[in-house]
Design a protein around this ligand. Structure first.
Ligand code: NAD
Length: 498
């Protein structure tokens, strides 16, 4: 069986690792490879290589860094099919969806191609007599990324292109369930001309994560994953003096008002709830039907859920692949059962779905639960599978209050024909990313991505301008070039302008 190794200092290596974990093909339900699990000494080796590389990369010109990013971007285009196949075979998502995440991730690289503009500082002429002030930003040093399984390439791409383009060196610890995409990315960076040691991939589990969090050579940690681990990472890494961005889980609501085009809303809700088998941090897991929208919405959602083709991600024509593990499949099945027990109406039941020829795969069909209430587990827990719960309320006020009382605050959407309602919604909901008639409002690369409340621990969103700020720190320089005529006056008072 193939062993997926690490990439340290420009070379594939097993370093000192001996432990392994299986990497599954979720459509077959069988291990397709094994991945090495790093020991703390392997993290040391990677951080040392990145630290050495920083000595020159941190001092490299903007032109050099930009050239590498342009070349890397072209290689991501060239290898799109190969990357999509890798993602689909380890995650399970359909190929078109895998291509979608590659394109959205590539947009971050395109932003990084323009890093010279994003890094421009300010200059103030003659702030005092013969005195000018300017500021500029410098990289932090060695920074690390720890990423989840559900976007094997896009989420790491939220981090490393910006970190590297701003002059840092990077150690990535991808999810051990989907390690292969990042290993290929390391080779593409090398082909793009990135010097050895600037981008390193260390595969592993909690042992590697803890070694990164404790490592004195790591200046900053970017984390994306579930909320409990985001809280843990934030606490540990700040305790060891690192800068941290930590994005967590979600329970995203889509509110459908009676004046919405119900067919349009249901179409988008279906795709946003069941696409990628519901394993997206921006998936819609709760629909909030306001007033008379409820019955009509349920009827259309029921029809659309029945039309979804479930099967292996690599077969064109399927809309939805398997979930990532057998444990995830069981969690989805249990959540639907518990929903029914707690009083929800199971309108569409995906628990019994079997895909012919793929009986061992981790498949579960779409489920639609009506009459969900806030006390139910189906409402409170992040199921992270193809389950859409519908909560019925009477007014927009109630819908907004519901969202604001939820501990998560990643995304929220409203479907309406009313500009007034949409404006109120976007101003009053306490979430970070809002869609108006758009179900999955993932910001473009030149904005930043981040939720509120339990969906983002700490205060730094990711990529875009916030990413540039996160991976750099500012210096402000006050300059005077004395006239050759004399030294000029100096005093013991605190300096003021003259
Ligand atoms: P996860 O939290 O289990 O794992 C994320 C990373 O943390 C992995 O690299 C994993 O190896 C590591 N990890 C896991 N357990 C650990 C532990 N006990 N100690 C230290 N490290 C540990 O998340 P996942 O299941 O891979 O991904 C799904 C979750 O990620 C969902 O909750 C989803 O909402 C969230 N997510 C959030 C965003 C966002 O932008 N907010 C984006 C994608 C995914």
């Amino acid at each position: 069986m193939k062993t997926i190794d690490h990439w340290i200092n420009g070379t594939a290596t097993t370093a000192g690792s001996t432990r392994t974990a299986p990497v599954y093909d979720p459509a077959a339900g069988k291990a397709r490879a094994e991945v090495l699990l790093a020991e703390p000494s392997d993290v040391d080796t990677a951080v040392a290589a990145a630290g050495k590389a920083f000595e020159s990369w941190g001092d490299s010109s903007l032109s050099q860094r930009t050239r590498v990013m342009f070349a890397f971007r072209e290689l991501l285009v060239k290898h799109e099919d190969e990357l999509a196949r890798i993602i689909s075979s380890e995650h399970g998502k359909v190929l078109d969806d895998a291509r979608g995440e590659i394109v959205r991730g590539r947009e971050i690289v395109e932003y990084a191609c323009g890093i010279a503009d994003a890094l421009k500082g300010g200059f103030s002429d003659q702030v005092s007599r013969d005195v000018d002030v300017h500021d500029f930003r410098q990289p932090l040093g060695v920074v690390a990324g720890i990423t989840p399984f559900n976007f094997p390439i896009m989420v790491p791409l939220w981090m490393h292109p910006i970190a590297i383009a701003t002059g840092n060196t990077f150690v990535l610890k991808p999810s051990e369930r989907v390690p292969s995409a990042s290993r290929l990315v390391a080779e593409l960076y090398a082909e793009a001309g990135l010097p050895d040691g600037v981008f390193n991939v260390v595969n592993g589990d909690k042992v590697a994560v803890d070694a990164i969090l404790e490592h004195p050579g790591v200046s900053a940690v970017s984390f994306v994953g579930s909320t409990p681990i985001a809280k843990y990472v934030h606490e540990r890494a700040t305790a060891t003096g690192k800068r941290v961005q930590a994005l967590g889980g979600a329970k995203n609501h889509a509110v459908v008002l009676p004046d919405a085009d119900l067919e349009y809303a249901a179409n988008h809700l279906t795709a946003a709830a069941f696409g990628s088998a519901g394993q997206r941090c921006m998936a819609i897991s709760i629909g909030v039907a306001v007033g008379s929208a409820g019955d009509g919405l349920i009827e259309i959602l029921k029809r659309k859920a029945a039309e979804i083709k479930v099967g292996p991600g690599h077969d064109a024509g399927n809309d939805m692949g398997p979930v990532v593990t057998e444990a995830a499949r069981q969690r989805v099945i249990d959540s639907v059962a518990l929903g029914a027990e707690q009083g929800a109406t199971v309108v569409v039941d995906g628990r019994e779905l079997r895909v012919a020829g793929h009986e061992g795969g981790f498949f579960v069909g779409p489920s639609l639960l009506d009459n969900v209430t806030t006390g139910m587990s189906a409402y409170r827990d992040e199921i992270f599978g193809p389950v859409l719960g519908i909560v019925r309320v009477d007014t927009l006020d109630e819908a907004i209050a519901l969202i604001n009382a939820n501990p998560y605050g990643n995304g929220a959407a409203v479907f309406t024909g009313s500009g007034e309602a949409a404006r109120r919604f976007q101003r009053e909901v306490k979430v970070g990313m809002i869609g108006v008639n758009v179900p999955i409002p993932v910001p473009m690369s030149y904005y930043s991505f981040g939720g509120w409340k339990d969906s983002l621990i700490g205060d730094s969103p990711i990529h875009g301008p916030a990413g540039v700020r996160f991976y750099t720190r500012a210096k402000v320089v006050t300059t005077r070039w004395p006239h050759s005529a004399g030294p000029g006056a100096s005093g013991f008072n605190f300096p003021t302008s003259s």
